[in-house]
Design a protein around this ligand. Structure first.
Ligand SMILES: Cc1ncc(COP(=O)(O)O)c(C=O)c1O
Length: 502
């Protein structure tokens, strides 16, 4: 069957040939031929596809068959349907995600850009981004919270206090208390995500050229920030219990350390959680060697097995912890709203830096979040999402155990969104993400989470945005690529050389 489709004054044609005796279901054959026409450019972005009824009649199949074909294309991001308007080739079909890390020369900023665009392309499912599932966003409840602020819209359309809306800070103080962190609204600063909170904290504590401690591996966004600020990273390996305290001590003896940036609870990229005794000992070292701690508690609410230890900030008796968290992993990264709880002596300096940066966060959004928290919606939302992420984490661990070749190890995260794989030998890890992407799967290469290129044996898999079936299917693909690559590389290194993280 061939049919003509008009688009922007031009006529393009869609040809569908079915093998009615083949084993491939008819809907799949239709979907695949439309997908190929999109990839080839025969069906450009924005072109309107025939209606279900039209196509079913022309091709000689039932409407259900065409509906299933369209549903498959839609779930892959190739097409979009709008009620009353029709079905169109999606703008996502034009995005061709690519790993710049595959050539081994990627900068943290380049990789962050890569990760952000991985979910934007059609036909790509992503283990690469440590993002929550947008399908779990509490749309109705958040919208109702937004609506409830309508009467005060005029007031909320002005500049707000740079420190953050007073009502939101009251709600944030109550929110942090649930995480075991006592704080008054006056002590808190609303920030544009952890990213901004960490940036302000680092600017307040250190100058270009200063040495700071950072976990290895570490969150790639912070590696980008420290480069931008001209800070000198001194690295501390991370183990199951937390960062190696003997190394912290040794480095603090030999360097003038300004601060230690740590993600103690369900770290990105490893998923590890620092034990309570480690937290206490780290604070004692900070006091002994007089350095500050920037505590990134972005994942602290996402605990799947048992409650994690209370934040370092809650144990801090000498006012040296700057605590930062946000709603990016529990609600939505697009909100760009978070909280910074510094020692009181630093508050004014941080406020000055915030005013210099952007004067403050959008007032309307802050009020909506305050209303959302005030109504108890955050707690209800957490109760809904935790079992979903727990099931996905379990599916990931079970699939890895089934599919990965011998010698591959991985962490067992008790919370958060990340799992860290260690291969038995340094396969060309940049190659694995590249090959997985060819099969429609994005996986972050481990090398980008190190300050030096040690990550040739690591991959990070984030499970938050994928259904259980997608997790299973993706692990099969990644395991197959890992198997192929390991075959191509030399003999295993001795187990003692493995990272002691699993
Ligand atoms: C450890 C860590 N810190 C900070 C961020 C960025 O957080 P936000 O969206 O709140 O700026 C991320 C995002 O992945 C992260 O994993």
């Amino acid at each position: 069957m061939r049919m003509s489709i008009g688009y922007k004054g031009k006529v393009t044609s869609l040809e569908i040939v079915l093998d009615r005796n083949g084993s491939e279901p008819l809907y799949r054959q239709i979907a695949e031929q439309i997908r190929r026409a999109i990839v080839d450019g025969r069906l450009p972005v924005g072109v309107q596809l025939p209606t279900v009824r039209e196509l079913a009649t022309k091709v000689g199949v039932t409407r259900l068959t065409v509906q299933n074909a369209y549903a498959e294309l839609q779930s892959g991001g190739w097409i979009e349907s709008t009620v009353g308007r029709g079905t169109f080739v999606s703008a996502r079909a034009a995005v061709r995600p690519r790993w710049s890390a595959a050539n081994g020369a990627a900068t943290p900023a380049g990789v962050i850009g890569d990760i952000l665009q991985m979910g934007a392309g059609a036909g790509v499912l992503s283990f690469a981004s440590a993002a929550p599932d947008p399908h779990l966003f509490p749309e109705t409840e958040f919208w109702a919270a937004f609506e409830s602020e309508r009467q005060r819209l005029r007031e909320a359309s002005s500049y707000g206090p740079a420190q953050g809306d007073a009502w939101l800070r009251v709600e944030l103080a109550a929110h942090l208390a649930e995480r075991g962190l006592p704080a008054t609204p006056e002590e808190l600063l609303v920030v544009a995500g952890v990213t901004q909170g960490v940036m302000l904290a680092a600017q307040a504590l250190a100058r270009p050229g200063d040495s700071i401690l950072v976990e290895q591996p570490a969150y790639v966004g912070f590696l980008h920030q420290l480069r931008t600020l001209g800070l000198q990273p001194v690295t501390v390996p991370v183990e199951k219990e937390g960062p190696r305290l003997d190394v912290v001590e040794q480095m603090a003896r030999t360097h003038r350390i300004r601060f230690f940036y740590t993600v103690p609870t369900f770290q990105n990229p490893t998923g590890y959680c620092m034990s309570l005794s480690h937290r206490r000992q780290l604070l004692a070292l900070a006091e002994q060697f007089d350095f500050s701690i920037i505590e990134d508690d972005l994942y602290g609410w996402l605990a799947y097995d048992e409650e994690p230890p209370i934040p370092l900030k809650a144990l801090d008796r000498t006012e040296r912890v700057l605590y930062v968290s946000s709603f990016s992993k529990t609600l939505a990264p697009g909100l760009r709203l978070g909280v910074l709880a510094p020692p009181p002596a630093l508050r004014d300096r941080l406020l000055g830096l915030r005013i210099a940066a952007d004067l403050g966060s959008p007032l309307l959004l802050q009020r909506a979040l305050a209303a959302f928290l005030h109504r108890g919606e955050f707690r209800r939302h957490l109760r809904r999402i935790l079992p979903v992420y727990r099931e996905r984490r379990n599916a990931l661990l079970a699939a890895l155990a089934r599919a990965m070749p011998p010698g591959v190890q991985w962490t067992k995260p008790q919370g958060g969104l990340c799992c860290w794989l260690t291969l038995p030998r340094p396969a060309p890890v940049g190659e694995i993400p590249r090959l997985a992407l060819q099969q429609g799967w994005a996986v972050a290469p481990g090398s980008v989470f190190w300050t030096n290129p040690e990550g040739e044996r690591n991959l990070r898999l984030c499970f938050g945005g994928l259904t259980v079936d997608q997790v299973r299917c993706g692990v099969e693909v990644v395991a197959q690529v890992v198997r192929q690559q390991l075959k191509l590389t030399a003999a295993p290194v001795s187990p003692e050389e493995w990272l002691p993280l699993v």
